[in-house]
Design a protein. Structure first.
Length: 397
């Protein structure tokens, strides 16, 4: 890694204006309605207007009050890593955050999901509460990536702190929840909801909100990619992008097969992550090449928060990502007790994988019990529907 994060990942000024309009428009509209409906209710009672007006104003006030209910902030997911458990990983995190230009990362947590991400939690008491930066590292990624590749992904994630993306995302999440609450409250009234201008406004604002935030987040990802590619070199970061995408696609497929095989034998996997890594290594070279090619070509949904992988690689100038030439250390070596951590989180991972299998079976019109019992296959061949670049290995040799 080299250099220092000189430009935030937050996006151009136009996106900051859109963010201000989204937030300001929501709170201004809510303030106007919270002030207007009580006035309307009092006026209808004082001037003896038809009772229907008073009932309608009171009902609108009740709907607005229901929209304010937002679930309290939950703690960060995953298992907290102590300072002595992973000194190598903590040193890499410190180096990556200095390159990105952000302050110390307070917590490192390992999760059962094949993702790497960042969030914030708030620690403190009644009188004082401080935000703490949290890094979430998926155990499957530790098994798949090399140290330089993991470092490039960390710089990308820390760029979201640098550009205030995480902070704005928290505020947008509150608005999103309240818009959803308001629409859900009106849904209970059935067809009558279409007679309410508040419901029509909430639907229109919600649609604009979804499109606008998706575009902003895509731009944030592109800017974070640029910082990671500049700091860690485009070939390393491009390789990390492809391998991370491939692991996300393959993990649930291969882990599901290992889990079902163990259940049918009466011996659930003791270390689901290690067995899944071995299963991925055991893929036929042709399946592996097909997987990597499909990852590169996989499209993203219209309102996805991430651009397609091919577009991201093109923007950093690495449409063709070469196979690594020199020996690179495995990221798994940064956590000496990784196998014990994997065994500890295997029950949680098994529950998540089983839930994904049930959901996939229902979506495809199959009976989940038949899939678990082995009367139906959980999915097609190992390479189908997964993702990356023609000759790139999915896991470090």
């Amino acid at each position: 890694m080299n250099g220092n994060g000189s430009s935030p990942a937050g996006g151009p000024r136009a996106h900051l204006v859109v963010f201000a309009l989204l937030e300001g428009g929501w709170y201004a509209s809510m303030a106007a309605m919270f002030a207007g409906f009580p006035v309307l209710l009092v006026a209808s009672l004082h001037l003896r207007w038809p009772p229907a007006v008073s009932v309608w104003a009171a009902a609108m006030m009740a709907m607005l009050l229901l929209s304010l209910r937002v679930r309290g902030r939950e703690g960060a997911p995953g298992r907290l890593l102590g300072r002595e458990e992973a000194p190598g990983l903590r040193a890499l995190v410190d180096e990556a955050r200095r390159v990105a230009g952000i302050g110390p990362v307070g917590e490192i947590r390992v999760t059962a999901l094949p993702n790497v991400g960042v969030t914030r939690v708030f620690r403190g008491g009644i009188l004082y509460c401080r935000p703490v930066k949290v890094l979430l590292v998926g155990l499957p990624c530790l098994r798949a990536l090399t140290v330089p590749e993991l470092a490039s992904i960390l710089v990308h994630e820390f760029a979201h702190f640098l550009g205030q993306d995480v902070h704005r995302g928290e505020r947008l999440a509150v608005i999103d929840a309240r818009v959803g609450n308001l629409q859900a409250a009106f849904e209970r009234t059935g067809p009558l909801r279409w007679l309410s201008p508040v419901y029509l406004w909430a639907r229109a604002y919600g649609a604009f909100f979804t499109v606008a935030t998706a575009r902003i987040r895509r731009r944030q990802e592109i800017l974070a990619d640029a910082l990671a590619a500049r700091a860690c070199t485009a070939p390393v970061y491009g390789r990390a992008l492809i391998k991370a995408a491939a692991v996300r696609r393959l993990f649930f497929r291969m882990a599901g097969r290992r889990l079902l095989a163990g259940i049918r034998k009466g011996e659930p996997p003791r270390n689901l992550f290690l067995e899944t890594r071995d299963a991925i290594r055991g893929l036929h070279p042709d399946d592996r090449r097909r997987v990597m090619r499909e990852v590169r070509e996989a499209p993203e949904a219209a309102l996805s928060t991430h651009p397609p992988l091919a577009e991201r690689l093109e923007r950093i100038g690495r449409l063709w990502v070469p196979r690594r030439r020199r020996r690179e250390g495995r990221a798994s070596a940064l956590v000496p007790g990784l196998a014990a951590l994997e065994e500890e989180l295997t029950p949680a991972a098994s529950r998540v994988v089983m839930a994904a299998l049930v959901l996939r079976a229902r979506r495809s019109g199959r009976e989940p019990a038949a899939v678990i019992a082995g009367r139906e296959r959980p999915d097609p061949d190992p390479g189908a529907g997964a993702a990356g670049a023609a000759t790139l290995s999915l896991v470090p040799a």
